[in-house]
Write a protein that binds this ligand. Structure first.
Ligand code: ZN
Length: 134
């Protein structure tokens, strides 16, 4: 979870707020001066994410990740995409990665590449998901 503490932000009134992540894609939300007044209410990183929101399928992907992690030390989001998506699994690959990032934001999982915990906002390429280690 160390990556979650790396930034804090100060709004126009001098109040400091912690970093937050997008409720849809799970990436860090970059603080903008235009949001100073209602930073606490900001939930999405972009208009695209606000429109997309979080669907029932997205929740099913989150649940699928947690279920698979009860049976394996780590999983590939592709496995969840295949399980939930069936024949349409390719369309589920990015949604599965979004679900994994939301679960990181919720403190439920961490994302690793090799054996290293990586920042889900910026990680590129193949990744795996596991329960947080103390
Ligand atoms: Zn987003």
């Amino acid at each position: 979870m160390a990556h979650r503490q790396r930034t804090a932000v100060r709004d126009g009134a001098g109040r400091v707020s912690g970093p937050k992540s997008c409720a849809s894609c799970g990436r860090d939300i970059q603080w903008r001066a235009a949001w100073a007044r209602d930073w606490d209410a900001v939930r999405f990183c972009s208009n695209a994410c606000r429109h997309r929101g979080v669907t029932a399928v997205d929740r099913a992907l989150e649940a699928g990740i947690l279920t698979m992690l009860s049976a394996a030390p780590s999983i590939d989001p592709l496995d969840v995409a295949q399980q939930i998506g069936g024949d349409e699994w390719r369309a589920m690959v990015e949604p599965a990665r979004r679900a994994a990032r939301r679960l990181v934001a919720a403190g439920e999982v961490e994302i690793i590449q090799g054996s290293r915990v990586v920042n889900p906002s910026t990680a590129k390429g193949p990744l795996r998901v596991r329960r947080p280690r103390a």
